[in-house]
Design a protein around this ligand. Structure first.
Ligand SMILES: Nc1ncnc2c1ncn2[C@@H]1O[C@H](COP(=O)(O)OP(=O)(O)OP(=O)(O)O)[C@@H](O)[C@H]1O
Length: 357
């Protein structure tokens, strides 16, 4: 492990809109209707720094936001606010994620490798090692939808590690494999670590986390409950889950409902106030920077008034042009802008059918 920061997350939030129908979502995007769908904040300001050669475990009960956070790190979904720096290529392995069911295992290897920017020659070189590592035999030529979850996980892991990413995110992918494959994956992850690569390991299997991770992030209903030394965090987490599991069904439901209510009513102003009172950031920031970190990113926002204005202006211009062309039809060639050389060539070659131009 060295001091080079590979991942720096500062006050990352994720808001999901709980639209009932697709139409409601489209209406909200166009800001046509005033009603706002109920919000749900899956992440309420997560900050951490992960270094080169470090293995970070992410733990937490179901629905605490682990996958949401790992999907943001992997670039699969954008954060709602906050700042994320990633230094290096990221490869994520999650159960079944990223594999196309209709394609064969072999085709999936090619597609995923192409998407990660590998050349055809590089892909040819990794195909056999991936097949050997995944150990799924003749199934490699079968559609992935016919695979068991263990086979999918093996193929996903094999592809991801052979892309040689700088940062490897393993989201519960090892929970479905057998013990032999698990050992093989662990060996590979150790190799990665010793090469200075960074690993994010999301798991409910605390013994695996304990064995492998240098640090642990305990997530709890969108918040960071604790972040630090593996043994310490795991001890506290085990105490919590011991108590939680002893609750009656009714008590558990009440606990969950209260936490989810807090996730529903959360706002970015709350985050700003919380950080003003007690900062969770690894380094101090100015008030202006804090305000920026607590401001919504523009991706996914409803359209601004200016965008609306231009959109409407363009639609009106297109309509006016269309009407003009219908009212005074001209020969197509004169209605069009000056023809290019290619169009002229075709027109010359097909003089009797100029409408083909
Ligand atoms: N696309 C979505 N739209 C709405 N809510 C979502 C969406 N994805 C996740 N959520 C909600 O966000 C919260 C966090 O989910 P997430 O999958 O990140 O938790 P998790 O800790 O990975 O859970 P698990 O351990 O069960 O995998 C949950 O309450 C979940 O229901």
């Amino acid at each position: 492990m060295d001091d080079t920061v590979k991942i720096r997350a500062r006050l990352i939030t994720k808001e999901y809109d709980m639209y009932k129908t697709r139409a409601d979502k489209v209406k909200a995007m166009l800001s046509v209707h005033k009603g706002k769908a109920p919000d749900f904040w899956a992440l309420k300001g997560v900050s951490l720094e992960v270094h080169s050669g470090e293995a970070l475990g992410i733990i937490g009960i179901n629905g605490s936001g682990k996958s949401t956070f790992s999907n943001i790190i992997s670039g699969i979904i954008p954060p709602t606010s906050g700042d994320l720096e990633i230094h290096g290529d990221v490869s994520i392995i999650a159960i079944g994620a990223g594999l196309k069911g209709e394609l064969t295992g072999l085709q999936n290897i090619r597609v995923k490798a192409l998407m990660s920017g590998m050349t055809n020659q590089e892909i040819d070189e990794i195909i056999q090692p991936v097949i050997d590592f995944a150990d799924i035999g003749a199934f490699i030529d079968q559609p992935v939808k016919s695979y068991s979850s263990g086979m999918r996980s093996r193929l996903g892991f094999a592809i991801a590690v052979h892309q040689h990413p700088d940062i490897l995110v393993v989201d519960e992918a090892l929970s479905v494999g057998d013990s032999t494959f698990y050992e093989k994956c662990m060996e590979k992850m150790d190799e990665f670590k010793s090469e200075g690569k960074t690993i994010i390991f999301i798991s409910h299997a605390l013994a695996q986390v304990e064995q492998f991770c240098d640090k642990v992030l305990w997530m709890h209903y969108g918040d960071v409950r604790e972040y630090g030394d593996t043994e310490e965090v795991l001890t506290h987490y085990r105490t919590f889950t011991g108590r939680f599991n002893n609750l009656s069904k009714k008590e558990k439901r009440a606990y969950q409902n209260e936490a989810k209510h807090k996730q529903a009513v959360f706002t970015l102003d709350d985050l700003y106030a919380r950080e003003k009172a007690e900062s969770s950031l690894p380094r101090p920031v100015s008030d202006a920077e804090l305000k920026q970190l607590c401001a919504r990113n523009s991706i996914g926002d409803p359209m601004s008034k200016t965008t609306w204005f231009f959109l409407i202006a363009m639609i009106l211009a297109a309509l006016a042009l269309g009407t003009e062309m219908v009212r005074s039809p001209k020969p197509l060639k004169s209605a069009l802008p000056a023809p290019t050389a290619v169009v002229q060539t075709i027109a010359t070659e097909t003089p009797s059918r100029p409408w083909k131009i």
